[in-house]
Design a protein around this ligand. Structure first.
Ligand SMILES: [Zn+2]
Ligand SMILES: [Zn+2]
Length: 366
């Protein structure tokens, strides 16, 4: 086990080097959200009110999907309190931003801020971490799926990303409801039912065909974009007993214009070090990480990270190795042998490792 440090340990060492303004909220981020909101409303109205050619509706659906995802990235930072500080305004704006995914601010702050950020990649406590082999064996239905060939599983996994966010959000809503005081639950229900009611109401207002373009396809696209980031941000990393963002989080590299559209969401290791500062300043945080701990910092091009997700199973044998349960092949995680520049060279056989014929390599001994 490498020596790991908490996000507070890193933050305490970088903070003195950051200018004071970095710790202030940045309300100007809302202009981007307003643009996405107007585009979304215009798109839904255009599909609903006009009888356009299906090809044109599909094009609008694509723009709507990109706008839905963009709004959620802003919603994420709003609900971290880095855009406005007043709690009621933060929650109100966060509710609007996450409306397309029918995820209320109460649920999101509990699921993401309180649980995921505090327990990142903990094998039991992080709701976003994948299971260990031990946990999988207790779920016979899921373990049967691992008998399928990898190509079928990877196709199924990538297809699932188109509904993953909505599915997990709905499941987390019901799982978390009991953890809220009884007097807060009606508000939680409201935040859950109003968006779902609106989207189902839209179906009756515009009819099935238009609804598919105005909501269903955009929601599938937004689910895929959000889930692809969430998966690449942690699922190639090891599970960690200590919540060390440089070990358990991955920043992905995307073109600059994508960072503009997605509010710098790609800087995920930086985000886990400083969830309370605006992502606008994450390039500066990255500079400091690279100065202080260049050997610990991991980033990967988004395309290569997706390829690595395709080629590896999503079950942990140990904290540092993923495993294909049936042949037993082990796949190293980032920092423990996964080559971030050549993710295609990832497999070695469990039997070979056990027999000492293949040496596990750690590409970042720190
Ligand atoms: Zn995260
Ligand atoms: Zn966050």
């Amino acid at each position: 086990m490498k020596d790991l440090h908490t996000f507070g340990w890193y933050a305490a060492r970088i903070s003195p080097h950051l200018p004071a303004q970095v710790f202030q909220p940045v309300p100007a981020r809302l202009w981007g959200g307003l643009a996405y909101l107007l585009v979304s409303l215009a798109g839904i109205l255009t599909i609903g009110l006009l009888d356009l050619h299906p090809g044109l509706n599909l094009l609008i659906a694509l723009v709507l999907g990109l706008s839905f995802a963009g709004k959620c990235f802003l919603g994420h930072e709003i609900l971290h309190g880095t855009v406005v500080r007043r709690p009621w305004l933060r929650d109100f704006l966060g509710a609007i931003a996450f409306f397309p995914m029918s995820t209320g601010p109460g649920l999101w702050r509990k699921w993401h801020n309180v649980t995921h950020h505090v327990h990142t990649q903990h094998d039991v406590n992080d709701p976003d971490a994948w299971s260990t082999l031990e946990q999988l064996m207790k779920r016979p239905l899921l373990s049967h799926m691992y008998r399928l060939p990898r190509f079928v599983r990877s196709t199924g996994y990538f297809s699932f990303l188109t509904i993953n966010f909505s599915f997990v959000a709905t499941r987390n809503f019901f799982v978390n409801l009991k953890n809220f005081e009884a007097k807060k639950r009606p508000l939680l229900w409201m935040q859950f039912l109003i968006p779902w009611g609106t989207w189902i109401g839209l179906l009756f207002m515009v009819g099935l065909e238009k609804w598919i373009f105005a909501y269903l396809i955009p929601a599938l696209i937004a689910n895929f974009i959000l889930s692809a980031y969430i998966a690449t941000n942690h699922n190639l990393n090891p599970l960690t007993a200590v919540n060390d963002p440089l070990a358990n989080s991955l920043s992905v590299r995307v073109p600059k214009w994508v960072d503009v559209l997605h509010f710098n969401f790609s800087y995920h290791a930086e985000h886990h070090l400083f969830p309370g500062i605006s992502p606008k300043y994450y390039p500066l945080v990255k500079e400091h990480i690279l100065k202080m701990w260049p050997e610990r910092y991991h980033s990967m091009s988004f395309g290569k990270a997706m390829l690595a997700l395709w080629k590896t199973p999503r079950i942990y044998k140990t904290h540092e190795d993923l495993v294909d349960p049936i042949p037993g092949n082990l796949y190293p995680t980032i920092g423990y042998g996964l080559d971030t520049e050549h993710p295609e060279q990832v497999s070695y056989r469990a039997a070979d490792v056990e027999a000492g014929r293949v040496e596990k390599k750690a590409n970042a001994e720190v």
